[in-house]
Design a binder for this molecule. Structure first.
Ligand SMILES: Nc1ncnc2c1ncn2[C@@H]1O[C@H](COP(=O)(O)OP(=O)(O)O)[C@@H](O)[C@H]1O
Ligand SMILES: [Mg+2]
Length: 397
């Protein structure tokens, strides 16, 4: 069988070497999971002693350095990536000269919101009504068709709410266009979905075509950065099942290999709109590290190496809370001594730190998986710890 990416699937047995473009926290957690399985790892990352480089070998070079990518290919049996903005030239070279089971087609699709939306629709899922924007006139026209509020986004390069403008009044059209068009990429306007909840489902598809989805996570963002993932999500079972079915359909429809994270909005009446995709491990899947029979990182490695996928079932309710720069000190202090509140609530907090040097405010430095008998108990521990007071104050849900 040859995948859509043109490679014949190969079995990369434990003992083989896996190369990762990008050596941030996702690479580090992939390397930790894969090392336990017997694989060796090489990171390609421009930052010396990057999070992954602390637990694996590292080639220190820019992401668009083709010679360095070729060196990575020479040292490895299989190549994957931990971020989606892989340089197109490097991706094309690697797919020719190395084994990249994920191919470059999926990257090409998910690097661009308009291409991504068309692919999601082709897989049978619904996205927020949208228009491609090419001029200030077309923005005004789209606003009159889709109504306000509406969310104006750059088609490429956005993350954590960057490259976006929520247009609430027609007075903002000119300024919004002037600001976002500076990025020089294509633009898209989306109808604002008055969602009740945001959820995500991470599916894995192996190079052999096997697919499994993790249970849906309920995600709470503060200042556009993920704050909490609550699992099981507090939604109807039928909605969770439909979300998992859609993620599988998208993984299948896009011919994904490896993980694909599917972010969705849930409306009051239980409808699902797919917001965006990420073809890699996702922050909202970090809960799987202790709460699932197989973690998202192990699953990604299984998928790209052609091993059978692991059981994606949940072992325990869990809430994942992100540790940003401002939370590092209080979290480390708290979890370095006996925690009687945790004992009383019957929760087990598991701290993960990524080895980043500068604890800048808002920067993702680690996370805590709070295992508990109920997500309520886990949420109570997070609240009572006082570490995330700012987030508790500003979050809506
Ligand atoms: N069409 C929309 N309707 C309502 N809220 C939206 C819409 N698009 C984005 N948002 C809000 O903005 C957040 C960030 O948007 P997203 O497209 O996921 O970009 P990013 O790449 O920054 O994660 C979403 O998680 C959601 O809370
Ligand atoms: Mg998003």
């Amino acid at each position: 069988m040859t995948g859509k990416n043109g490679h014949t699937p190969r079995l990369i047995a434990p003992g083989g070497t896996i190369g990762i473009l990008g050596g941030g926290q996702l690479g580090r957690m992939l390397a930790n999971a894969g090392s336990a399985m017997g694989y060796r790892f090489v990171a390609l990352d421009p930052t010396p002693d990057c999070p992954m480089g602390q637990v694996s070998r590292q080639i220190t070079a820019a992401y668009d350095d083709e010679a360095a990518a070729r060196e990575l290919a020479a040292q490895c049996d299989v190549i994957t990536y931990e971020f989606e903005n892989v340089d197109a030239g490097v991706a094309a070279m690697l797919t020719k000269e190395a084994y990249v089971p994920q191919g470059s087609a999926l990257l090409h699709t998910t690097q661009h919101r308009l291409r991504e939306k068309r692919a999601i629709e082709a897989a049978g899922a619904t996205v927020a009504p949208y228009r491609e924007i090419t001029s200030v006139e077309s923005l005004a026209q789209a606003v009159s068709e889709l109504g306000l509020p509406a969310v104006f986004k750059t088609a490429t390069g956005g993350y954590d709410g960057k490259g976006q403008w929520v247009i609430r009044s027609a007075d903002e059209i000119e300024e919004a266009y002037a600001t976002l068009s500076k990025a020089g990429t294509e633009l898209v306007l989306e109808q604002f979905i008055p969602f009740q909840k945001e959820i995500s489902v991470i599916a894995a598809r192996s190079s052999n075509g096997e697919i499994k989805a993790f249970p849906a996570a309920e995600n709470i963002h503060v200042n556009n950065i993920l704050h909490l993932s609550i699992v099981p999500a507090r939604i109807e079972a039928s909605v969770a099942e439909e979300a998992e079915r859609l993620a599988v359909a998208i993984a299948e429809g896009l011919g994904a290999v490896g993980l694909i994270a599917v972010e969705m909005f849930v409306t009051e009446d239980g409808r699902l709109f797919v917001n965006e995709l990420a073809p890699r491990p996702h922050n909202s899947g970090h809960y799987t590290m202790e709460a699932s029979k197989t973690s998202q990182f192990e699953q990604h490695i299984r998928a790209i190496c052609g091993l059978p996928l692991g059981d994606a079932g949940l072992l325990t309710p869990v809430v994942m809370v992100n540790v940003l720069g401002q939370h590092v000190e209080p979290t480390v202090a708290r979890l370095s001594i006996r925690d009687e509140a945790a004992e009383d609530l019957g929760v087990t907090p598991k701290l993960h730190l990524y080895g980043k040097k500068d604890a800048v405010k808002g920067r993702k430095m680690g996370h805590v998986n709070v295992l508990a008998d109920s997500t309520e108990a886990a949420l109570r521990w997070i609240e009572e710890s006082g570490i995330w007071n700012e987030e508790n104050k500003s979050r809506k849900v």
